[in-house]
Write a protein that binds this ligand. Sequence first.
Ligand code: HEM
Length: 408
Amino acid sequence: MARERTFVPYLVVAIFALALAAITGVLLRFGMLYGMPTWAQNFAAVRHAHSHLMYFGWVTLALMALIWCALPRYTGRPLPPAVPWQMTLTALMALLSYPAFWQNGYGLTTIGSAHLPLGAMVSTFNGLTWFFFVGLYVKATWRMPVRPLPVQLWDWAIMLMLLASLGAVGLVGMVFTHAENPFLQQMFLHQFLDLFAVGWFNLALLGVLWSQASETAPLPRWLPTMSLALLLAPTFVLGMSPAVVPEYIFWLVALANVGAAALLAVHLVQIGRLPRRGPLIAWLAFAALAVVIGAAFALLIPGLWREYATGHLRIFYLHDLLLGWISTMLIVLIEARYALASVRWRPVIHTLWAAGVSGMLAALLSMGAPALLPIPMLLSLQIAAWCSVLVATAAILLLIAAASRLRR
Ligand code: HEM
């Protein structure tokens, strides 16, 4: 119990990041309707501030806290004493990414007489704190005689995080050498952001989910870990601009993506067999994961990816994965461990979250594929904007609940 309490402050920071990045998402959504305000003119830079705070401050920090909290159960040893230092540095660097990206994203910002690539610099510092996490994780799990399923999933999640970090190294290298190669720029950007999300987030989240499930039910005899990681690894190519990806590479990666989706479906089916399925919003997360799996098969329709990869449908897919599946499931797992909100507030937060997320996703789907869900474009933009207010409100209420848990 004392160990669990150690991680509450980091979870409060993670939920603060969720709330701030969600409010920024609201700004972007209303910015699309009415134009951005004068104090936030650079839409692309503010979008970078939003997405990086979500990645580094919300999902990564929360996953690390949940992994550290669960790990001693498997190692039988206390955590390395440097863990609080690593978590504090990770939290600080993640929060710094927000102002660093706000003005110019990955471009140069003028401070006095210097022109600094603040976004690239802060990404590098964030990456260094992740390597610190990886070093401590390796130390904590060194020479474990058997590696149970959650640990195997975390091992592979970390491998893919390291592989994704190489993309960040490439991006930083391009900024510093002023290299201008559209293929490499696209490859490094998506190796970093997409593999980080699809690899590290998915596998680490499944590890935490199975770790919590194993407290009340026996684990299935086999679930894919390494095979899933290997098939997920090349799928970041699908995030790149179709203009720079040759046809044969697309088909190789699309097939790997279908394989990964089939293995994710094996996890989903086994989760469905668990005796305790969690609160109702867990179903929203499972539905969003089912959409991710379905999308992998849909990409086999010739021409579909080339036509839709860069438009509204990509934003729908990203938010189905990151908001619908990963963020909703993270909230379920944090609450299962920490019971943040009181019994009176939990249904309010869950209702706002579920209504906001599903409304926003439906509007994004309609913008990307009006044939599937015909809603006039302006109305879809308005629905997405107002539903994002519900999501941000749920995040703020969750933050208040988490902060008062810290005081208790
Ligand atoms: C309150 C919930 C959210 C809102 C209102 C929101 C809003 C937005 C908006 C308006 C955009 C720009 C879309 C465009 O350019 O067409 C965007 C992009 C993005 N968002 Fe979100 N978002 C939310 C949640 C999340 C979460 C939870 C994550 C990740 C964990 C995330 C990651 C991203 C990413 C990666 C991009 C694309 C960035 C890029 O291409 O540079 N968002 N979001």
